[in-house]
Design a protein around this ligand. Structure first.
Ligand SMILES: [Ca+2]
Ligand SMILES: [Ca+2]
Length: 418
């Protein structure tokens, strides 16, 4: 479960060019108004609540990105929620991971910051809260463990390309992180396993198709099998390559989906993966090039269902979605995919589409933080009551190129019908 600010690096460059051309002398500092004295808020930069219309927003004063969200499923009566994002001092600097904890009323109760690493993925179990992220300099995956009140316990860095994009926990408490490593245009999936104390277990596992391979999603089933997905960029086309490893990280199955798969160096649009721990079914979300409808170019959300041996069972396409960003499975086997919504009228909205386990469409909703806001999706999580939790990015008063308007946002939504 994850999301990455990294995918917008190209977009930043485009927007940066726009702002240079359009600077009109406006003196906005973009800063917030937190006091320097001891009368400031308990959690500076945060406003709102997970349950309010606009959700909770974190504005660190410059560019802030919401990337992931996780529910502590061991607390079923009043679930506790953790939100991850990245806060930047400038658009080109190393980000800091920003982690926050919310009680079942939606109020913030703890916060932590990990300097120098932009947080991309988050997971929680009885052992604590785990965060991974991308440290551009010196380049590494950085993974940290916190206790359930967000006190840092330990952290570890795996040198290599800074592309840690997703993480998963198995039933024994082991921690898995996926990203890529290699050289430009010749990357390979890189998967690393840690124990619950973040001691690395063996060498990282590398997958190389012979082309450019960007690992971006990871999930674990109840037997400890590891499922990963990512993008294969061959020069002539794009495909989603999904792999199954057993609990010893020995490769079991490989499957490639290439029909109309869309990828952009500006947006990234990486696939994600989830496992239904009851049935063993595997779901992959992604983005395809549509044939009609809104979007520029026409892009649709793709959802693929595989059986536990990665035989393709079904697919679903949602045409009013611009990109499939992340996904989650509930206790009944329903699948929720989130992404951007654009139907030609409403745009820049969060979207969640619910399918049953046969990938038959059930319902959808969209959400914006404000009428004219730009909202980009990040992570999705569910609690045992079926509430849906989203995190992502909002620019409430978005002005092209104004980085400080990008803020972390998270919100809780009621169960979706039918
Ligand atoms: Ca901001
Ligand atoms: Ca490769």
């Amino acid at each position: 479960m994850s999301q990455n600010w990294w995918k917008y690096a190209g977009l930043f460059l485009l927007l940066g060019a726009v702002v240079i051309l359009s600077q009109g002398g406006c003196g906005s500092s973009g800063g917030d108004d937190n006091e320097d004295g001891d009368s400031g808020p308990l959690f500076p930069g945060y406003s709102g609540n997970l349950t309010t219309t606009g959700g909770v927003i974190y504005d660190g004063g410059n560019m802030d990105w919401g990337s992931d969200i996780a529910v502590d499923s061991t607390i079923t009566a009043s679930p506790v929620v953790y939100v991850l994002g990245a806060a930047f001092a400038s658009p080109t600097g190393n980000g800091d991971a920003v982690i926050s904890k919310f009680n079942s009323s939606g109020d913030i109760t703890a916060a932590a910051r990990f300097n120098g690493t932009g947080g991309t993925a988050l997971a929680v179990n009885q052992n604590g809260v785990y965060m991974t992220g991308q440290r551009p300099s010196p380049s590494a995956y950085v993974t940290a463990k916190y206790d359930l009140n967000l006190n840092l316990i330990t952290s570890t860095a795996l040198a290599g390309d800074a592309s840690a994009r997703a993480m998963a926990l198995d039933n024994s408490g082991n921690v898995y992180v996926i990203g890529s490593d290699g050289t430009i245009n010749a990357y390979n999936y890189k998967i690393v396993k840690y124990d619950a104390d973040l001691v690395q277990q063996g060498s990282p596992v590398i997958y190389d198709s012979g082309y450019n391979d960007e690992g971006s999603g990871i999930a674990v089933d109840n037997s400890g099998n590891i499922f990963v997905t990512g993008m294969k960029i061959s020069g002539t086309g794009y495909s989603i390559v999904t792999l199954k490893y057993n609990s010893s990280l020995v490769l079991q199955n490989t499957v490639e989906y290439s029909t109309n798969v869309y990828y952009s160096t500006s947006y990234g649009l990486y696939p994600r993966i989830a496992v239904d721990k009851n049935s063993g079914s595997v779901y992959v979300s992604g983005t395809i090039l549509g044939t009609a409808g809104p979007g520029d170019p026409f892009r649709d959300i793709l959802l693929i269902k595989y059986d536990a041996s990665l035989n393709q069972v079904a697919t679903a396409i949602y045409a009013d979605g611009l990109e499939g960003t992340n996904l989650a499975v509930d206790a009944s086997g329903n699948v929720y995919v989130n992404g951007n919504y654009y139907n030609g009228v409403v745009q820049d909205a969060w979207l969640v589409v619910k399918y049953n386990s046969s990938l038959v469409y059930q319902s959808y909703f969209t959400d914006k933080s404000a009428t004219n806001s730009m909202d980009e999706p990040g992570g999705i999580a569910l609690d045992s009551a079926g509430n849906v939790y989203l995190s992502g990015i909002t620019a409430p008063t978005y002005v092209s190129g104004d980085w400080s308007n990008f803020n972390i946002r998270a919100k809780r939504f009621p169960p979706m019908g039918p």
